[in-house]
Write a protein that binds this ligand. Structure first.
Ligand SMILES: *Cc1c(COP(=O)(O)O)cnc(C)c1O
Length: 434
């Protein structure tokens, strides 16, 4: 590495040894990164093509106020999403406040009292437990007389086809499939595997609605779950598809009737998609979507880099350094609270925003153990930006994701390693210390 560049790293407290190790790992990942770039290239063309075919114009970047009737930019953006996701329709709104809200909306609007919801891939994301009513909560599906059934994955991560078949009955109306492993240790599902599962379910009950929680998965592959039979794909705009620029929002892309149901629930029966002013957010929605394929690729490179950095030192990593990726989350198990804390403080110290803040473990509502979070983000809570969190409980794993640019993700990861060495959790010759 040239000396001017290593001096820049020096200003962040990164030693020459850590930098050299980082360079060695980078060099070993050239082929991997080339593949990630190729996917980004494909998806970039897909996004541009969609914008061209939907006739995106300068006028689309203007917003509306009040009721938001005839909001050209909003309506066109929804056509762009539908084009990209290969669906009949889409709902893409700043009034959808986050990923959980988008998922709750898709569920509550497409289920009716007496229906049953099935998850054939085990426990859903934490926040959905309250939406469904697995944990008692005001306004849950359960309160409205919608029951829930779950079939866990088999020990080896495979679908329990027999169990799934037995769980589907007359009242089964909607199946929810979470693509990302989230903060569990099961493998993330590839789009191809999701397609196989949907095919199996539709053979048993053709009219069941298959919804995919697509959070963290968008643009990681060249196809989305809606290309392989999903009736709805649902996600957050402060993750992948917002490209780091969207300051809020969620989307539901899917079958016309499913999306309409969601629109009537979001606004009001009779109003649906016709109202909902876009205010001033459209430029960031459009430009963020335009950048999203490359931003997702950068985050993915950061995850692969982190996996390889820590795997070689001797820490368990999920996914491992070589396996194929279907979302942007990387887990590293440090086996001690000090490791988790050193990692999160390293990520924070590499941020452009709030770098001077030192995150500490705290008692976060809804968690049994203390949690530490690192997030110096331009958009509060955005997890397509470089961020990490970890519960202070065995096995002391940290979950790391995002990075709008790869150089930023690389700096963050090297800073975490420097912290671990300075605190004698990793030896200066890059071995895990007990
Ligand atoms: C982030 C996430 C959610 C919830 O999104 P929020 O924006 O945090 O409400 C749901 N499911 C998965 C898999 C996620 O990663």
């Amino acid at each position: 590495m040239n000396t001017e560049l290593s001096k820049q790293y020096g200003l962040f407290g990164i030693s020459e040894e850590v930098l050299a190790y980082g360079e060695e790992v980078s060099a070993s990942l050239r082929e991997r990164f080339r593949e990630i770039d190729e996917t980004a290239e494909y998806n970039q063309l897909k996004v541009i093509r969609a914008m061209q075919e939907c006739g995106v114009s300068e006028a689309c970047l203007l917003g509306t106020t009040g009721y938001g009737y005839n909001d050209l930019g909003r309506d066109t953006l929804e056509k762009v999403y539908a084009h990209i996701f290969h669906t009949q329709a889409a709902l893409v709104r700043p009034q959808i406040t986050c990923g959980t809200h988008a998922l709750a909306l898709a569920l509550m609007s497409n289920l009716r009292p007496g229906d049953e919801l099935l998850s054939p891939v085990g426990k859903p994301y934490d926040t959905l437990e309250e939406v469904i009513g697995i944990r008692p909560s005001k306004g849950s599906l359960k309160e409205y007389g919608i029951s829930y059934r779950q079939v866990d994955l088999l020990e080896n991560g495979a679908f329990d086809y027999e169990g799934i078949k037995a769980a589907i009955h007359d009242r089964t109306r909607l199946v929810t499939i979470q693509r990302s492993k989230g903060y569990q240790t099961r493998p993330t599902l590839s789009v191809a595997r999701i397609g196989e599962l949907i095919h199996f379910i539709k053979e048993i009950k053709p009219d069941v609605i298959c919804m995919v929680d697509n959070c963290y998965g968008e643009f990681v592959e060249t196809i989305e779950p809606t290309n392989v039979g999903a009736d709805m794909a649902v996600g957050s705009l402060i993750k992948n598809p917002g490209g780091g620029l969207a300051p809020i929002g969620g989307y539901i892309a899917g079958r016309q009737d499913c999306v309409e149901n969601a629109a009537y629930r979001l606004t009001s029966p009779g109003l649906g998609k016709e109202v909902g002013a876009s205010l001033g957010v459209l430029p960031s929605f459009y430009q963020g979507l335009f950048l999203a394929p490359v931003v997702t690729a950068n985050a993915l490179k950061g995850a692969v880099f982190a996996a390889n950095i820590y795997e070689k030192i001797g820490f368990p990593v999920i996914p491992n350094g070589t396996e194929s990726r279907h979302d942007i989350i990387q887990a590293v198990t440090f086996g001690s609270p000090e490791g988790v804390i050193a990692f999160c403080q390293g990520i924070q110290a590499a941020s452009a925003v709030d770098s001077f803040v030192t995150p500490e473990p705290w008692d976060m509502p809804g968690y049994d153990s203390q949690v530490i979070m690192a997030a110096g983000a331009f958009v509060s809570g955005s997890s397509i930006e470089l961020s990490a969190d970890g519960p202070i409980a065995p096995p002391y794993a940290v979950y790391f994701q995002g990075g709008l640019t790869f150089p930023h993700a690389k700096l963050g990861i090297l800073k975490t390693l420097q912290n671990l060495i300075d605190r004698r959790i990793v030896s200066p010759d890059f071995c895990r210390l007990a």
